[in-house]
Design a protein around this ligand. Sequence first.
Ligand code: SF4
Ligand code: SF4
Length: 457
Amino acid sequence: MANANQPTFPSKPNVKLSNPTAQKLHLKLDYDQLTNCMRCGFCLPACPTFRETGLEQESPRGRIALMKAVVDGIMEPDQPFQDQMSHCLGCRACEPACPADVKYGQLIEQARDAIEEHAEHSIPVNGLRKVLLKEMFPHQGRMKWLGRSLAFYQKSGLRKVAKGTGMMRLFPKHLREMEQILPSATGKGVVERMGTVYPAKGEAIARVALFRGCIMDVLFADTNVNTVKLLSEAGFEVVIPDEQVCCGALHAHSGELDSAKALARTNLSVFKEAGVDYIVSNAGGCGALLVEYDHLLHEDNEYHSLAKWFAPRVMDISKLLIDHGRLPAFADSSASTEDPITITYQDSCHLRNVMKSASAPRQLMRQVANVQFVEMKEADRCCGSAGIYNVTQPKMAGEILEHKMEHANRTDARYLLSSNPGCLLQMKLGVAKHGDSSRMEVMHIVDFLYERLLETK
Ligand code: SF4
Ligand code: SF4
């Protein structure tokens, strides 16, 4: 018999929908989550797109109401509806603000997955999605080839030719700006440089596996190398399984859930085989999907138990160092206690809102001698990077970045640190466009710490 004190949720209405996208949305959206939203609006101030526009439809509450209206058969999933689903950054700042614990991140992924099945993209967008999501990111060998090609372009003089001949003007302005701030690419990733096992310094506290990431290992390979060395200094034996693949985050956020699941299954088998205590991520965007593999595969009878083993073992490097590491001493030798250098930090949304690791990076930064950590106003607000959002939604991403840089510049920091490749690129772009590159350097927190390790190097 039903307990009278237990809340009851309305079940999904049995409506007849003729639109194929509406049918998919009806099938895929979790109705309990949709009805769980009590329209309180507590999430509105946390939402960057609502803050920028002041429009209800650009808020989490508005987007949930739109999704529910389609599932209830009240409205069609027309272009304005689909645009709203695309405008969401997926930063998930609305989740910690929600008293009803609405799983907004799951809803937006379900909505995008449903929309994508019948989406009609322009030819260039279709081509770009196919090349990136299907032909490049899932294949480590092709990513290495991309890294080598990009490195050749950057070093051989081709870049100068492309600029000099005006060829770059064929690309949209935001892509040209992004090209300018790309770090040096490489086809030589962390495994090629360090092998697949790296010993702990001193007695090993634990054996950990590095999740190297696909973009990280091409554009931030030095950071991956520094991550391994820092883990070793802190007492961890590090293994880097070479068969690991892309985490699938970009796929999940772009409506390609089946591809994300396929990548997750490969990673689960590879990391289980590695026999490790923890899986370490140095990229908030990747780590956030890795910790949710158990949800991603909750309907997969074969892999769900493996995913439940895996997910709680995933940790961001800052949290692993703080919670379990033998922390070495850090100091900035160019500064002094009387005249410290100033640093600030931009949160990775997924590290903060999904992996719940906001305090560990700050604790680490505060341990560096001769360094003064200054909290940036609204450091917890998305920078506009959000995977490939700054490529697909350049206008909104640009507005968010401009406001972000107003706060960053006010800190007067010498270094702006972050923990995710997308945030690092976006903040580099921000400093180039709205700051002073000669006074503020953008760095991964791992690189900053590794360069300030005392004694042992
Ligand atoms: S994920 Fe971010 S942008 Fe999207 S609704 Fe939530 S707070 Fe707003
Ligand atoms: S805070 Fe949660 S319950 Fe309130 S409107 Fe936002 S999503 Fe709905």
